[in-house]
Ligand binder design. Sequence first.
Ligand code: PAF
Length: 298
Amino acid sequence: MAINAGHLKNVIAMKVLTTAKEVKEHYRVCVLRYPGFVPTMGALHEGHMSLVKKAVDNCRMAAVSIFVNPTQFNDPDDLAKYPRTLEADLQMLSGYLRENDFVFTPSVEEIYPEPDTRQFDFGNLDKVMEGLHRPGHFNGVAQVVSRLFDIIRPSCAFFGQKDFQQLTIIRELARQHYPKLEIIACPILREPDGLAMSSRNRRLLAQHRDRAGEIYRTLIASGAMISDYEITEIKEFVADRINMIPDFRLEYFEIVEEKTLSPVRAVIEMSPDKKYFACIALRAGEIRLIDNIEVELR
Ligand code: PAF
């Protein structure tokens, strides 16, 4: 989306750059570079702002990108309906960013001057959960994130833990291609009823939003079952509890090991030295939601 002066009338002090060339020029002029970087797809909420705040607090320069990346959407309808709220996003960021910080809002042509045919290899990390349900999604995420890393050249990048599998895959991307880059995980921010903050929440119908706090309560309950129940029983419990909410449909529920993302098949496999996360994906009406919590053996 092109940015015109009207969009920027209230946020004029903030640098909004749209091309790699402008980013390079900005680094030259302010004699700073290697910012702390927060990549986003816009429709910003408090969860994003907690990442931005962390970048500002910890780095001499911060950069935030807003780009709805077409290559990570396997469903064209989802891409078309993804909320785009650039003016409000810039307004929100203007309250946080400093003089040398900047927002990067490239066009699709700027990021993909030609089709990106790169195929990334993440071993088994993208063969489970989201990877099974959204084929090609993580390859698309890796394409855009690597392109953004190449343009922004950050010293560290901030990612939310709500996208738990994405975070693990980005860590692997950094390990393979950007060994000096520090990936910083930021905790999930939740609404008062426990619903994880997400840009997609604003698309929930009122009756679905009212019931969505049940997702977090179900995750908490599943975590409490770990020491006394088998994984199949916990999965059944979660499926029953989610599917009994009108218009809610469970896509998957897995308990996975933090680093390999291998799904746990039996509680006896779990090691006290490792961390495990219960991960859920479901549809609330038409809207797809994901969430996760860490679970511990007692
Ligand atoms: O988590 C997101 O918002 C996106 O997947 C990301 C990392 C900005 C890449 O488009």
